[in-house]
Design a protein. Structure first.
Length: 132
């Protein structure tokens, strides 16, 4: 039986357009609001058409010493150029990038997953340290 972790792909976002990019400070103060920008296609633009698009990005935080990550938020991208006239007939396209905020008193790892309707599931991570 195939397991979910076998389907998650990863690579360097500078050479692979599907990898979610996590932009956040490296070290935050304990209890400080942390702004995280997540997106796909930072270095190499990802298509955003009815036939080929990023459907969602989910951001998690795994505090050090804990077993399970906490879901910070999910960004869903719904506008890919389709309208009642058909595929790619609209002028409205969602940008597959967004901002989420959270606070924590523990260091840990930010984890992001994204879904391309053609190329499947992708993942990335970034360390977050806490001072104070």
């Amino acid at each position: 039986m195939t397991e979910l972790n076998e389907l998650l792909q990863s690579s360097d976002f500078k050479i692979e357009k599907h990898v979610p990019v996590i932009e956040a400070i490296d070290t935050a103060q304990k209890g400080e609001q942390i702004t995280v920008i997540v997106g796909v296609g930072k270095e190499i633009e990802h298509p955003n058409t009815t036939q080929h698009h990023i459907a969602w990005i989910t951001l998690y935080f795994l505090p050090d010493g804990e077993k399970y990550p906490i879901q910070i938020g999910k960004l869903t991208f719904s506008a890919h150029g389709s309208s009642v006239q058909g595929a790619d007939t609209s002028t409205v396209y969602t940008n597959h990038r967004g901002t989420l905020m959270f606070k924590t008193e523990k260091p840990g790892t930010l984890l992001a997953s994204s879904y391309c309707n053609i190329h499947g599931l992708w993942q990335s991570c970034k360390r977050l340290d806490i001072s104070g």
